[in-house]
Design a protein around this ligand. Structure first.
Ligand code: DAK
Length: 257
């Protein structure tokens, strides 16, 4: 059985982590499959948004503890590199990515959700970084992406206590953008993807890139990146179509160029 299923719903690709018997724990095969999916999606310009979810009652209950238990220090380094590469591939997609967290998002699962542009969650979801209960620390960005998302105080509470939070708390601290009844989650995430697909692909990709790169830069550099990208998108056909459509009081038909 493939560890990740990829299906296309119009312009939205839905990736489903598919090891429900292990609560979608992230093993080597799953992370390699994620890298493969990202390479395919990056090359497919018909894909305008990506939704990542989990089969069964978890999004992902973390890195695969059974596999990690046997790791030598060299294996652990290789595994950590693979995890970082897979999450960087996901984060680097030009198409926006939405995590639809259907259940547990623990450890590497929470870190995987944080590598998506935003998170929608089922009201039954639970988030946490329980690594300190296992004698390790987060290995896939829990000390970096999570901090940027929720701020240092909440990140410290999650990482240093190992205690999970429910969806309502995750919503309140800004880890999650919106919550939905379990049965409505996937459709809501796909619908958000369809909304993105109606926008200019050129503008969406440029805005995503500038936000991403601007986060790691100081304010002057971030502003310079924005100015440069603004100039670049202004040279593209999508801008002419978007502004013409507005002035002609009609919906735009973006060529995506
Ligand atoms: N790994 C492997 N198998 C897992 C798993 C995991 N993370 N989580 C659950 N499973 C498996 C269980 O072993 C069980 O398998 P069977 O016994 O049926 O064969 C099956 O999924 C169902 O789980 P439970 O029977 O435990 O289900 P419950 O409803 O009772 O409990 C639970 C659900 C989510 C509360 C519980 O499964 C749980 O606490 N799971 C572990 C959560 C956890 O600790 N996650 C963090 C993992 S550590 C690094 C790279 C990465 C990381 C660290 C360092 N470097 C290389 C430096 C990341 C670390 C992590 O993510």
């Amino acid at each position: 059985m493939e560890p990740i299923r990829c299906e296309h719903r119009g312009p939205v690709a839905v990736l489903t982590l598919n090891r429900p018997e292990a609560l979608n724990a992230l093993n080597r095969a799953t992370l390699e499959a994620l890298r493969g999916c990202c390479a395919q999606l990056a090359a497919d310009h018909s894909v305008r948004a990506v939704v990542l979810t989990g089969e069964g009652r978890a999004f992902a209950a973390g890195a695969d503890i059974a596999e990690m238990r046997g790791h030598s220090p060299a294996d652990a380094t290789a595994f950590s590199r693979l995890g970082h590469a897979a999450l960087a591939d996901l984060e680097g997609l030009a198409a926006p990515t939405i995590a639809a967290v259907n259940g547990y998002a623990l450890g590497g699962g929470c870190e995987l959700a944080c590598a998506c542009d935003w998170i929608y969650a089922s009201q039954r979801a639970r988030f946490g970084q329980p690594e300190v209960k296992l004698g390790v620390i987060p290995g896939f960005g829990g000390t970096s992406r999570l901090v940027r998302r929720v701020g240092v105080a909440w990140a410290k509470e999650l990482v240093l206590s190992g205690e999970p939070v429910d969806a309502e708390t995750a919503l309140r601290i800004g880890l999650v953008n919106r919550t939905f009844p379990p049965e409505a989650l996937l459709d809501a995430a796909v619908k958000a993807g369809e909304t993105i697909a109606a926008r200019s692909a050129v503008a969406v990709a440029a805005a995503k890139r500038v936000i991403q790169e601007g986060q790691g830069a100081d304010l002057h550099v971030a502003h310079a990146l924005e100015q440069e990208a603004f100039g670049l998108v202004s040279a593209r056909e999508d801008r002419a179509e978007g502004m013409d459509a507005f002035l002609e009081k009609r919906d735009p038909k973006f060529p995506g160029r």
